[in-house]
Structures are given as C-alpha cells and as structure tokens.
Design a protein around this ligand. Sequence first.
Ligand code: 5AD
Ligand code: SF4
Length: 442
Amino acid sequence: MNFADSEVVNSILMDEGMSPSETPEQADVIFVNTCSIRENAETRVWNRLKEFRALKKEKEGLTVGVLGCMAERIKERIIDQEQLVDIVVGPDAYRDIPNLLAEVEDGRKAVNVLLSLEETYADISPVRTSGNGVTAFVSIMRGCDNMCAFCVVPFTRGRERSRPMESILREIRQLRDQGYKEITLLGQNVNSYKYENIDFTRLMDEASSVDPEIRFRFSSPHPKDFPQPLLHLIAERPNLCSYIHIPAQSGNSEVLERMRRPYTREEYLGLIHQMKQIIPGVSLSTDIITGFCDETEEEHRDTMTLMEQVEFDLAYMFAYSERERTLAHRKYEDNVPEDVKKRRLTEIIQQQMSIQEKNNKKEIGRRHLVLVEGTSKRSDEQLSGRTDTNKMVVFDREHYQKGEYVEVEITGCTSATLMARPIRKSSIAEFNKAQEEAVVLG
Ligand code: 5AD
Ligand code: SF4
C-alpha cells in the first residue's frame, strides 16, 4: 500500500517540477512514508527521522516531511517536541503537498492530516520510479471498515471507499503500454470493492481482460465474505494467478471472536477446502498473529494445527503489538508476556519453514511459467522471477531477459526459493495450451 502511495506522491511532486534524487544527501526535500501497523514499523521510522535530523543540521533549507499512517497519531510529537520534521501529511491529503511545501518556504511548519470519505486519487497516474518495470501495484480502494480488534488501519487510513472501475482500467492500460507484465490489485479489504453496481469479481474479470498476457494478482481479501464466483474465474482465466493471500490471523475460534474476525476455524478451513477444490494446484499464503490478548497455549496450538492442515506456501507471521485507539487497546489487556509471544512466534515460523521446504520439494521435476523480474540477488549470471503460484525461482541467465515469460523445470529448492533449468521462452497462452494438452494426454 505504501509503495503505491509513494508513487501517487511522486506524481504530485513531479507535476510541481521536482525530480527524484539519487541519495538523501542530494535532496532538497525528503518524505518518509510511514506505517503504524506494529510498533517496530514505527520504531524504524523514528530512527530514520533521526538520521535525517543529522542531515538537516548539515544542510540548511532541507525540508523533511512525514507521509502516511503515522501522521495523524503523532503530529504534535513530531512537530513540537522533536523538531524532526517540517511537514506532516496524512494518507488522504497528498494533493495538498504543494501548498504545504509553500507554507514551509514561508517559514511555517505545515500539517494536513484530514481523512476523507471520497479521496481515491483516481485521476492521478502514479509514477513508478523505483520498481523493476515488470511488476506493478494498482490501488483499487482506500481505508477499511472492518475494525479488527488489533488493527489500527481503520483509524489511520479512514473509511473504506472504492475507486471508479474506469480509472483502474485506464491505469492498467497505461501499464500495459509501458510494458508491465504483472499487476497486483491492492486494497485493505478487496472483497468489499464496490463501485456503483460493480463488485470485486467483476473488476477482476474486466481487469484481466485488458491483456491476456498480463498476469493479475490481488491483496488482501477477507475470509468472512470471499466471493465464490471469483474462485471459478481464477480457475478459468489463465492470467489470473493461482495464488491467494488469505489472512487467517489465528486458528482458534474464540481468539478470532476476540479479534472481531467474523468467521470460525471451521469456516476458514471450509473456505480453504473450496479454494483447493475449485483451483487445482492453488498456492495459499496467510497472515498470523501470535500472543493476542488472553491467548492460551491451547489456542496457540490451534493456530499451529490450522497451519499444518492448510500447508500454506508462505506466511507472514507477527507477535501481537498493541496499538492505541484499537478495540483491543480499549477493552482488553495485552497480557501475554513478550517472551511467550516470541516463543510462540518462533514455533510457528519453524513449523512454517519445514512445511514450505516440504511443499517446495514436491515442485522438483515440475514445469512452471516464470515471469523474469531481474537479475538474481546472489549472482549476475542468474535471473529471478516468480511462478504463477508466486514462488520465487532462480535460473541461469543464458539468453533470457527481464520481462519475458520463460518455461522452466524445477531442479532444486530451499524453503524460500526454487532452482530451475530454463527450457524455452514462452507466453501465458502457449504454456497454458501445453498444460491442457498434457492433462488430456494424461
Ligand atoms: N500486531 C501484530 N500484527 C498486526 N497486524 C495488524 N495489526 C497488528 C498488530 N496490532 C498484522 C495482521 C495483518 C497484517 C497486515 O499485519 O496479521 O493481516
Ligand atoms: Fe486491519 Fe482488519 Fe481492515 Fe485488515 S481487515 S486492514 S486487519 S481492520
């Protein structure tokens, strides 16, 4: 989300005649886009701001601004007490940045943290300055109305609102014209996308029809109301990836109730079962929180067994971090000791790593279509990219290029990466046809 927001801000700044600088030292203005989701995200921002304070001392006239979710929460502290920054801009106020910069030029500190009921930045074309030129994010909605008990997002990003479908499709066509090959549609809660009479399944249908050779993913849906027709659409449409990120948060129904996540363990497992049935070979990932208020050892073990049963291909796992203003902060006690939260986190991470290794070993010998994203981090001689199922694959460069679809055969793995042998340059249509023929031939 923050990557996508920074690209909107890039566009606003570039319209003002500014251009990106290579290093902080060369910049006249530095914006730090911030996240409040967990305490350690905020700690990182504070440290970053302190680094820039040192730079501010050296360079007269350097303007430092804070964007995004931390803005509202800490505007007084940031401006008055710490003397760290000149501008504070909340997630719905980016259009005001030029005015705020002008205020700073007049010698004032400038703040706009107003949240909006309508702002979706629909007419702004994000400027992607730091990506790989192959994969891009497109924001389809803002805010969240779900009010999960642990989550600060509804307070920092405001009410849920959907962006007009036409403006989303326009941005996708622009990305196609610029040569992008993979697009992830983003929202805090994508199943509730609703613009006029258009729902999320219809949006995915229209988006993936823009170009059959562009892959589409989305993040994140909520298990409480995942649309079944979308599962069938994913199964039928070769360019809708067979990969779903579906945050469980916990594997115990009582914990889910305390979290205000309106589904039970059984309902979640039922949904996963449907996903696996309708989309053969679907790859699944999740988010898990350990040590939420009052979590017992037994409840924690339920999370372990849920993860064991589903065999997620990837999981983002966190220790619970209490956030001001949330329901959990107001009504519950953050009473699982830090060392217990961490131990439970370590347990689920270790289990998850072995599940991933086991899943990845099954991939050896299989063929996949990999979209090349660039040179591998480890070696210039190798390329890296992802399968349709979102697994990272590394293979010898040979004559292949960034942005190409390459058919590969998996030859080895770790818990996080697949190693492969490239076979030929291909396309979604070609690879899909070959797969279908292989199925018919049995
Ligand atoms: N503490 C720990 N993890 C959290 N998340 C959201 N709020 C918190 C919190 N207070 C996690 C959830 C969510 C992901 C984006 O961040 O798992 O799905
Ligand atoms: Fe936070 Fe829940 Fe909304 Fe996700 S769905 S952003 S966890 S309130």
